[in-house]
Design a protein around this ligand. Structure first.
Ligand code: AHG
Ligand code: MN
Ligand code: MN
Length: 331
């Protein structure tokens, strides 16, 4: 018996999600379509002169890669005239994008996403990812506004990511009593098949993952915390260091093998680099649903209340024991 496809699985588990209307299933199916389209684009980009940057600087102050823009345009298209989705918020767009066709305008759902995570890995053929977060708004009268998107991660309806590595993997959780599910793409037929039916974050062991070149910019508590991992001191014990430059890849390893990923605040960037709504919050929902944890060094990441679309936050995410140890070391 072959494993269920993503669509079959979504239908089978639809009843697990509080208030399931079938709309969320259609959105997850669309997200998997965007993932397959981006995966295909990445495969051929090198031949099509689509590596390299556009010469533009985005709202993050970062140079926009051609594939950042291409991946973003795929998301905009995939959710155009999708009746349930009233608007999207993207790492690559300074403002939210509200769909203006009649059906979408009164949609309840909003998608926040990082279309291509780890863009620094494009030209070196390293792992890349897409991160998505699904929210809903209570008041569906009138066009959606930025304020509708500014919700804490604990309000997410669903969250997940797509990892473009040697294989393309789609991971999501839809809250309720649902678990964290992983699917692997069979490129030959363009289908995602269930390969990880119930992902659980290992309690101990695994790697520690942090950009150690930032050490001079950490405060003393963070320096001491990372040193305890580097030296394998009790209670963390012997660990390996792993850091790919792509959050999705570092998180996926942490999710499957255990350990901790850290992006602390820096002296010149106290809230750190990673963005709350479409990087930290969705991955924190996945981490918690898999038995892990996530904080900003003090507060549970899912309880943070964003005040603007591209708000950043420090991130300590991984095995529950590791995150509790890190957070207690920083309080
Ligand atoms: P993006 O490519 O979407 O801008 O994200 C890059 C992020 C994240 O993927 C990664 O963990 C982090 O930037 C790496 O930052 P440093 O190079 O500062 O370590
Ligand atoms: Mn990113
Ligand atoms: Mn990105």
């Amino acid at each position: 018996m072959t494993s269920p496809t993503l669509i079959e699985h979504i239908r089978q588990t639809e009843g697990h999600h509080p208030g399931a209307t079938g709309e969320l299933s259609r959105i997850l199916a669309r997200l998997s379509l965007a993932g397959r389209m981006i995966a295909q684009r990445l495969l051929n980009a090198g031949f099509l002169g689509e590596h390299g940057d556009t010469g533009q600087i985005n709202v993050q102050g970062e140079v926009v890669q051609k594939l950042d823009e291409l991946a973003d345009s795929i998301f905009v298209r995939v959710f155009e005239s999708h009746p349930g989705v009233c608007g999207i918020g993207s790492e690559e767009r300074s403002k939210i994008h509200a769909y203006d066709d009649e059906e979408s305008k009164s949609g309840r759902y909003m998608i926040l996403y990082d279309p291509l995570d780890g863009s620094g890995n494009i030209d070196i053929n390293g792992s890349l990812g897409t991160i998505f977060s699904v929210h809903q708004r209570d008041d569906i009268r009138g066009a959606v506004a930025e304020g509708d998107f500014l919700q804490p991660g604990n309000a997410q309806i669903a969250a997940g990511y797509i990892l473009y590595g040697p294989a393309t993997v789609f991971v999501y959780t839809a809250g309720g009593e649902g678990s964290v599910y992983g699917f692997t793409l069979d490129r030959s037929i363009g289908e995602f098949f269930l390969t990880h039916p119930d992902i659980r974050m290992p309690e101990t062991g695994g790697s520690y993952s942090v950009n150690e070149s930032n050490e001079p910019k950490w405060n003393d508590d963070v320096k001491e915390l990372v040193a305890s991992y580097r030296q394998g001191r009790a209670p963390v014990g012997e660990r390996v260091a792993r850091y790919t430059g792509a959050l999705v890849a570092d998180f996926h390893r942490t999710l499957l093998k255990g350990g901790i990923f850290m992006y602390p605040g820096l002296s010149d960037r106290p809230r750190g680099k990673l963005r709350y709504l479409y990087e930290a919050a969705p991955l924190s929902m996945v981490a918690e649903r898999a038995g892990g944890a996530s904080t900003d060094g003090k507060i549970r990441t899912l309880d943070l209340q964003p005040t603007e679309l591209h708000e950043r936050c420090p991130l300590f995410i991984g095995s529950r024991g590791d995150v509790e140890y890190a957070t207690s070391s920083l309080e």
